[in-house]
Design a protein around this ligand. Structure first.
Ligand code: FAD
Length: 318
């Protein structure tokens, strides 16, 4: 079975989601191909090979907005190479390419997958609904390739024993006006400490922290634990922290070893982004708060009493 994985290169490396999908693809098929969009650094190509890609189709879009050209090039190649399955990540460029490619080839996309199962040659996708309380399995019928968009952190990225891949340079075919948009400038949001998606420990705060000033206790605790800071949408909407801190359905999906939920109710839209964390520690003054339904350790209490004591205990230990 031939499986392609779409990979975007940023800062000299494929996205971590591309490596997660390659790891899963290895367990599903025997012919794994990456379609890399970006400059094609040795580091990026090496990482794709190490995670299972034996071949990398490489498209360097230069300063062109990559999606239209990538979709056109993939459609041409898929027409001649006949892959069975193409995986994209639930992230902006991947989704843009998946949509354009599906429209070009007149084939459907199954999105938001948390797992993929191949049984007797047919491909099924598992989705979570109702905040993960129910799993839905959907099976493709009809022509291949099948397109799947995968949620971050559904699989753990692990290098295999793959070596350097065969690299095949690809040119974007003429796509007229669709290819005329160029990237003039890009802005990277400045941040300190570990990245939310990759952090081993996350300290997240919700509206129950009280105010932007009082949210400082979340930041202080995170600093003492060398943790990343997370937040609910309520906190982001209130302007206490930027959107890049938001965990949940319309924010980031995270899977740290330890997740602190401080003054967070545990709305379904928050839970879908963090419920697969290793150990969840929740502090909430309402013992009926839904967050306690997923917590491994729950403290029913006031964050303004519990969090300062945690901070004090950690300070005295350091
Ligand atoms: C389409 C859609 C997408 C969404 N996407 C997201 C998303 O990605 N991420 C997300 O987080 N939300 C998302 N939401 C919003 C979500 O539904 C909730 O409104 C939000 O998560 C609530 O945030 P919260 O827990 O901080 O606030 P609240 O629900 O107001 O909860 C505050 C909690 O703090 C507790 N509390 C109050 N004071 C204290 C105290 N002193 N000590 C201890 N506990 C205290 C309260 O008991 C309460 O449980 C989305 C909603 C929609 C409709």
């Amino acid at each position: 079975m031939q499986i392609w994985v779409f990979a975007e290169e940023t800062d000299g490396a494929p996205t971590s989601l591309a490596l997660e999908m390659l790891t899963k693809a290895r367990s599903l098929g025997d012919d794994i191909v990456a379609f890399l969009v970006g400059p094609g650094s040795a580091e990026a190509l090496g990482a794709l090979g190490a995670h299972g890609a034996s071949t990398v189709y490489h498209l360097d879009p230069g300063d062109a907005l990559p999606s239209a050209g990538a979709a056109a090039a993939m459609a041409e190649l898929a027409g001649s190479e006949n892959p069975d399955l193409i995986l994209f990540g639930l992230q902006p460029t991947d989704r843009d390419v998946a949509g354009r490619l599906a429209a070009r080839m007149g084939l459907p996309v199954l999105s938001n997958a948390v797992d993929i199962v191949i049984d007797a040659g047919s491909t099924s996708v598992i989705n979570e609904i109702l905040g993960g309380a129910t799993l839905v399995e959907t099976t493709f019928s009809g022509s291949k390739p099948h397109f799947v968009v995968v949620r971050p952190k559904s699989f753990t990225a692990e290098p295999g024993d793959g070596g350097d891949p065969i690299v095949v340079p690809v040119m974007a075919p003429g796509i007229g006006h669709a290819g005329s948009a160029t990237v003039i400038e890009s802005h990277a949001e400045e941040s300190e400490g570990p990245k939310l998606e990759e952090a081993e420990v996350i300290v997240s705060g919700g509206r129950g922290m009280g105010s932007q000033e009082q949210f400082g206790a979340v930041e202080e605790l995170a600093g003492l634990l060398s943790a990343a800071i997370g937040a609910t949408r309520a906190v982001v909407d209130a302007g206490w922290v930027p959107y890049s801190f938001q965990v949940g359905q319309t924010g980031k999906t995270v899977k740290p070893s330890v997740y602190f939920a401080l003054g967070i109710s545990g709305a379904m839209q928050h839970l879908v982004g963090m419920k697969d964390s290793g150990t969840i520690i929740a502090v909430n003054k309402d013992e009926e708060a839904p967050i306690f339904g997923v917590a491994d350790l729950g403290i029913v209490g006031d964050v303004h009493k519990v969090v300062p004591r945690l901070i004090e205990a950690l300070r005295s230990r350091n």
